[in-house]
Design a binder for this molecule. Structure first.
Ligand code: CDP
Length: 203
């Protein structure tokens, strides 16, 4: 059986947490596509050409712990606006989506561009303030030197760049189910996501 779940949404909306939990619940594989762009962004910060970095991307470049910081996030959203970089990462994502046993992919353009025929599409969002607080707690919990205001600015700048770019902008697919996690606990958000996916499978 191949079943693809597309999860999109703005920065720190909870889509990664929901995607991981949903993948574990159904026994599907999970791909955090943001890590691909973060890995290319990190290479650009080291002086590499972003397109060459995207074409040469290796599994060992994708070290989530090293890539989860504000500087790399900003670089990721810059390289993500380059159509050729997106094109270079397309086949890998589509092949992952088709793998046997089911797959959950989270990102910005999964339901719109990468997997327009996904079996279930979720668009996870939350207020700017809630997202900034969550990301602040995550990064400061890892010992990073951040402020909540700085994180809020960072998220807004990335969302603006991600929404306004010409190539695969951040937006819900027409047939996506919107989940606003502003007032939901993680458990409740995951339960809502699972129910939506069950409903799309049944339908
Ligand atoms: O975890 P967070 O939501 O903060 O960001 P991420 O998912 O790791 O993505 C980092 C950046 O990569 C985003 O701001 C986007 O610019 C870009 N991205 C994208 O363009 N398309 C995707 N499918 C995933 C990420």
């Amino acid at each position: 059986m191949t079943l693809t779940v597309a999860v999109d949404g703005p920065a720190a909306s909870g889509k990664g947490t929901i995607s991981k939990a949903v993948a574990a619940y159904f026994g599907f594989a999970h791909l955090d596509t943001g890590l691909l762009y973060r890995a290319v962004g990190a290479q650009m910060l080291l002086g590499q050409d972003p397109l060459v970095a995207a074409q040469m991307l290796q599994a060992e470049d994708i070290d989530a712990e090293k890539l989860r910081n504000s500087e790399v996030a900003q670089a990721a959203s810059k390289v993500a606006a380059i159509p050729e970089v997106r094109a270079a990462l397309l086949d890998f994502q589509r092949a992952f989506a088709r793998r046997a046993g089911g797959a959950v992919l989270d990102g910005r353009d999964i339901g719109t561009v990468i997997c327009p025929d996904a079996d279930a599409k979720l668009y996870v969002t939350a207020s700017d303030e809630v997202r900034a607080k969550r990301r602040f707690l995550e990064l400061s919990g890892k010992g990073q030197d951040v402020t909540q205001e700085g994180v809020l600015e960072d998220l807004r700048a990335r969302d603006k760049r991600d929404r306004e770019r010409a190539s695969a902008p951040l937006k819900p697919a027409d047939d996506a189910v919107i989940i606003d996690t502003s007032d939901l606990s993680i458990e409740d958000a995951v339960a809502v996501a699972i129910a939506k996916i069950e409903a799309s499978r049944a339908g």
